[in-house]
Design a protein around this ligand. Sequence first.
Ligand SMILES: [Zn+2]
Length: 166
Amino acid sequence: MHEDFIRQTIALAAQARSDGNEPFGALLVIDGNVVLTATNSVATDRDPTAHAETNLVSAAIRQLSRDQIRRAILYTSCEPCAMCVGKIYWAGIRSLVYALPADELAVFAGPDFLVPCRDLFSRAIEPVKVVGPMLVEEARIVHIGFWPKPVAEGSNSTNNRQHRES
Ligand SMILES: [Zn+2]
């Protein structure tokens, strides 16, 4: 069950990428049905905060009742960032399933502002159920070749050494 929805988020991530955005997708399930989907739109909306999860939660707040949001499960193609964790929590969503873990994303995109989502949710008063990582191999594919190649560790010291020698 989880896997079907996670595969749909990965398909949304691929759609985001083909739209010219970062490859992330998310959806909201209530009582076993997908009620909302969202993709990352940081490029097309010229909004660096337009992550798949923030877009999804914004739509949920506008379109769903408080009770529906409480019963919803948020599925996302990647572990949510600190910003999205905050928005998910304050919106009232209490169940989350993610595919790619943040430290795997960091291999592609770099480790900027990397906080495991469970660390953040552990500070909350109301518990949030978190499932993941899952289908990591499938979730990784959409990121291959997208991100600028990160500077390999140790290359700085190599450069410095070359610098000193020259
Ligand atoms: Zn985010």
